[in-house]
Design a protein around this ligand. Structure first.
Ligand SMILES: Nc1nc2c(c(=O)[nH]1)N[C@H]1C(S)=C(S)[C@@H](COP(=O)(O)O)O[C@H]1N2
Ligand SMILES: [Mo]
Length: 574
């Protein structure tokens, strides 16, 4: 399709390629296995598998200890005084209303997608850090081998089983993010509604501890459970201290922490948050997000176990039928609910692989507007020279052409940046022309979609300045950046930005990095810096900029190379 308002494209237009709408295994990245997750203690990396024997030993010890404790007179007295449910805890007389049961199920259903897609996202850069610069060797958690030092390591992603990640294949972060973000939004709506309903009825009193007594009661409950002589269950009307604390932390604390640390990983939000974005920087937010995720997983396993061993019949009667009865009314709805979750679990990865483009479009429809909203914020956060990262991961497919080699040979003396399309004054600018224009320097954080980040000082010309020179016409709505390099799948690398996003003060064409001429590795002669977007939107080795009315006729029509080939979103401010 050619748009009449894009009369003549830049010549590189011919070099763009179509892309498959499915995730074709035959030409996707070959699988690469990671390792069992390891956590670093000082210099030693310990496998998390050690948690199994250690956990089993601790469990046995805890049972033995709890049983011995319960023989002691003062422990007996303590348990008698604090039987498990705080004396002052109010009794809920309205049982488990239908909305609560429905929302509990919907929440469980959504969590399945969120957790699995979240693991997939992590698998694209399977390391966690406490520092923004992600220097190899400073990670505290990984399920990938050590970073090899003998080559430029650009892709750290590992393969997951398709039953675990969504969709499991290596480097499917684009698709996983649609699931993660879209379902996150639905989950948040469900959660907010749940809060509203909780607090507009008396149900909130189940979950919110109202007296300090909850702590000794939680301790008492723990001893009783651990001794395998369980406390009397009054779950229909009141939760015991341990339940109350665990539910409270999950529903109110972990949920908020996850949402908040998720948002703080966004370049648009973080680069707008000043000092706060520095303290809770991308890697701190990412690590806390992971710890919160771990809490959810531990909670789900623990909760599931307790549902089963503290009276499966009455527990499922309460939560799946809303009755307190000696029959099995709730058990079958429970089985049906779990089957629905199981079916979705089983189908979602194959579906995503077969209908990748559909997942991308549905995701765009569901959550794309939110990502677009964040672009209105002009990023402002600047860092100091001392914040510059000692290490900055390189990423992308290097230029590989005689044309480029010739440019490098004379240090880009013959390089010309073409600016054309819907502009009043098309230009061909040399590097010297660009350097003669007002220069702007900025120290900012780079956010790669895969998860790493880094700080550098960039020097170059603002896109504002460029646009004053070429004067985009009223019909121009997007700026297309064409690279001198191809993308990983063949065909030119390109990316499309909304023109409004090009007017932000920190959007520049950089020819310097950390006070020196930009290296070829990082995009020489010219690369884009657009501080409210993820890294892949910042085209390196820029050859031409074209202003267009529409991007549907470029490549596969999704707004960029990774959008076409890897199902990313074209506005990725988070
Ligand atoms: N032409 C081109 N530009 C590109 C890429 C690429 O593959 N080709 N990779 C992008 C990605 S995913 C990132 S994170 C940044 C990396 O920039 P850096 O190598 O300076 O860290 O470049 C972006 N620009
Ligand atoms: Mo990236």
């Amino acid at each position: 399709m050619t748009d009449s308002s894009n009369p003549q494209h830049d010549p590189i237009y011919e070099e763009l390629t179509l892309a498959d709408d499915r995730l074709k295994l035959s030409n996707w990245l070959p699988p690469r296995e990671g390792i069992i997750p390891h956590i670093r203690f000082g210099k030693r990396w310990i496998s998390i598998l050690w948690a199994l024997p250690l956990g089993a030993a601790l469990l046995v010890l805890a049972i033995a200890a709890a049983q011995s404790l319960r023989e002691l007179e003062n422990v007996k007295a303590f348990i008698e005084h604090y039987p498990g449910i705080a004396q002052a805890a109010p009794s809920i007389e309205t049982g488990f209303p239908w909305w609560l049961r429905l929302q509990h199920f919907v929440n469980m259903f959504f969590m399945m997608f969120i957790i699995r897609a979240g693991i997939q996202i992590l698998a694209d850069h399977p390391r966690l850090y406490w520092k923004r610069d992600c220097t190899p060797g400073t990670d505290w958690f990984r399920f990938q081998h050590e970073v090899p030092m003998d080559r430029v390591w650009t892709d750290d992603s590992v393969t997951l089983p398709t039953w675990l990640g969504i969709p499991g294949l290596r480097h499917t972060i684009g698709l996983a993010r649609w699931w993660h973000f879209s379902v996150n939004m639905l989950w948040t709506i469900n959660g907010v509604l749940f809060y509203v309903l909780l607090f507009s009825t008396d149900q909130w009193r189940r979950l919110v501890p109202l007296t300090w007594d909850v702590f000794p009661n939680a301790l008492s409950t723990t001893i009783q459970y651990a001794s395998l002589n369980f406390p009397v269950d009054h779950g229909w009307t009141r939760y015991n201290g341990l339940q109350q604390l665990a539910y409270f932390v999950t529903v109110f604390v972990a949920a908020s922490v996850s949402i908040f640390t998720g948002l703080m990983q966004s370049p648009a939000i973080s680069n707008r948050s000043g000092w706060f974005g520095k303290i809770l920087n991308r890697q701190v937010a990412r690590s806390i997000h992971f710890i919160s995720f771990s809490w959810f997983v531990a909670f789900i396993l623990g909760h599931g176990t307790f549902v089963a061993i503290t009276g499966l019949r009455s527990n499922t009667n309460h939560m799946f039928a809303g009755v307190d009865s000696p029959n099995w009314e709730g058990f079958w709805p429970f089985v049906v609910a779990m089957s629905i979750v199981g079916m979705a679990w089983w189908r979602v990865s194959p579906f995503t692989i077969a209908h990748a483009r559909l997942v991308q479009k549905a995701g765009q429809f569901t959550i794309g507007w939110f990502k677009g909203l964040l672009e209105w914020w002009s990023p402002t956060s600047q860092l100091k020279e001392k914040d510059i990262s000692p290490f900055f991961w390189p990423n992308g497919t290097m230029p590989n052409s005689a044309e480029f080699d010739d440019l490098v040979a004379d240090n880009f003396e013959h390089y010309r940046l073409r600016i054309d399309g819907l502009v009043n004054h098309p230009q061909e600018l040399s590097l010297l022309d660009l350097m003669a224009m007002p220069k702007q320097e900025q120290i900012s954080t780079h956010f790669c979609i895969q998860g790493w980040s880094g700080v550098a000082k960039w020097g170059g010309v603002t896109m504002r300045e460029i646009m004053m020179l070429v004067e985009p016409t009223d019909a121009a709505r997007y700026a297309v950046f064409y690279s001198l390099a191809d993308g990983g799948d063949g065909g030119r690398y390109y990316d499309v930005h909304k023109i409004a996003n090009m007017r932000h003060r920190l959007t520049i064409l950089a020819y310097e990095m950390n006070g020196e001429q930009l290296s070829v590795l990082h995009g020489a002669p010219l690369r884009l810096r657009c501080e409210n977007e993820l890294g892949f939107k910042m085209v390196k080795w820029i050859s031409a900029i074209e202003f267009v009315h529409d991007f549907a006729d470029l490549g596969a029509g999704q707004g960029g190379y990774n959008e076409d080939h890897e199902f990313y979103g074209y506005r990725e401010s988070i």
